[in-house]
Design a protein around this ligand. Structure first.
Ligand code: ATP
Ligand code: MG
Length: 393
């Protein structure tokens, strides 16, 4: 069956009053944005607490659904038949035709779930349920009514027009991006940080990102990989600015001045400081990392405390309690995994000590950093000034 319209179902928790309006506005914006990637002419409209997508000309069903499945805030996507009200018999006929096309086997259990939003319709919802049910039983001798656990739940919504549907394709859930402020993702080329960005965006947060690279120790291809990962995240989160910071001189300077077993922690602290700078100028209200307790030496509780010590804004670590496999599962789901495992050096590997501290003491780390006093401010300033900003559409 060729559907001309989708009914968009969204979660309603927490969206009462004025928030509901903002939620719906953001949802419509995000849907429009997502559908720009799809060939076709789409019209997104809001009507009586419902959001619909009308497809004006020919369009690819699968591509359209795929794009809608990446919009946070949508819990279900329903392909609907839209018909004018031409009397009950015509409605019954349309429902029977619809069922015949969608369920050609014709032998399932079903229930009619009518909703009469237009109160001048001559039948009540209960009457529609009964009378339509009867017409369906007449048309399909092998179908049975099951009001408790039907295989087909035929929804019929009587509004200005009449909407008929029975299939709900699952959406991404979450809240529309744009409803919950902005945050700065520390995006590396690994598996974790793209997943972390995805998870925070899912809560309605707009994302920007910062990547630290270390040419010539890290290659152009490593950078391209991060750009590709940013694009993958942006399919869900919408457009983002990716700040690419040249971190080489800072790393070399830390390498020269500080104990090598503390390198990773001190580097991380400088990454956080620089990320905060970009967060502040872009109006971000927090940082996001892909850290998870105990995953590596730099993510023990003590290491996380030492890293966190330099941050003044909240640091969101959505993967903190995840096992690696759970992170991989999300990475696969969002199609980031294949890109994440491409074997290009990311910035830290060259400078990683053989035996990094696993329980750094914050005071010891702070003392080590005083050895950087002579040049570090200048180096940070240069790194910020020479950063390249890539707009990811
Ligand atoms: P990922 O898979 O995200 O690279 P990881 O398991 O490799 O994480 P680490 O290398 O310890 O873990 O990095 C922890 C977090 O620090 C990353 O999830 C990311 O948020 C941030 N980070 C690490 N390296 C970089 C980098 N080069 N640029 C930006 N952020 C980084
Ligand atoms: Mg990494």
């Amino acid at each position: 069956m060729v559907f001309k319209t989708f009914l968009i179902k969204y979660g309603e928790i927490g969206i009462k009053g004025k928030n509901r309006y903002l939620f719906e506005e953001a949802l419509v914006d995000q849907i429009r944005h997502a559908l720009k990637r799809v060939d076709g002419n789409f019209w997104v409209r809001r009507e009586q607490g419902r959001v619909y997508v009308d497809c004006q000309d020919e369009y690819d069903f699968d591509e359209t659904v795929d794009a809608l499945q990446k919009v946070f805030g949508i819990v279900g996507i329903c392909p609907v038949v839209v018909t004018e009200d031409k009397g009950f018999d015509e409605l019954a006929k349309t429902c029977v035709d619809y069922l015949r096309e969608e369920y050609p086997e014709g032998n399932a259990t079903f229930k009619v779930d009518a909703r009469r939003a237009r109160k001048n319709y001559p039948k009540t919802s209960m009457e529609i349920n009964c009378d339509l049910g009867e017409k369906i039983l007449d048309a399909f001798p092998e179908m049975r009514v099951d009001v408790h656990n039907p295989r087909i739940m035929l929804s019929v919504e009587i509004r200005e027009k009449i909407y008929i549907y029975s299939k709900i394709i699952p959406g991404a859930g979450g809240m529309p991006v744009g409803t919950n402020g902005k945050a700065m993702l520390l995006l590396s080329g690994g598996i974790d940080s793209p997943v972390a960005g995805y998870m925070i965006a899912k809560r309605g947060v707009t994302i920007d990102a910062v990547y630290f690279h270390a040419p010539p120790y890290t290659s152009e291809r490593a950078k391209q990989k991060v750009v590709d990962l940013a694009k993958i995240v942006s399919r869900y989160s919408g457009p983002m600015n990716l700040h690419v910071v040249n971190f080489t001189d800072i790393q070399l300077y830390i390498y020269e001045k500080c104990p090598h077993d503390e390198l990773t922690i001190i580097m991380r602290r400088y990454m956080m400081r620089i990320a905060e700078h970009f967060a502040n100028i872009s109006g971000s209200l927090g940082l996001i990392t892909g850290e998870s307790i105990g995953q590596v030496a730099s993510q023990t509780m003590q290491s996380l405390a030492a890293t966190n010590d330099v941050c003044t804004m909240p640091v969101y670590r959505p993967l903190i309690g995840f096992d690696k496999q759970e992170i991989v599962d999300v990475s696969l789901k969002i199609d980031a995994y294949e890109t994440s495992i491409l074997p290009f050096e990311d910035c830290c590997t060259i400078f990683v000590a053989k035996h990094p501290v696993t329980k750094p003491n914050i005071n010891v780390i702070r003392r080590s950093e005083t050895k950087l006093e002579e040049k570090i401010d200048e180096l940070v300033k240069t790194a910020i000034e020479t950063a390249e900003t890539i707009v990811i559409e």
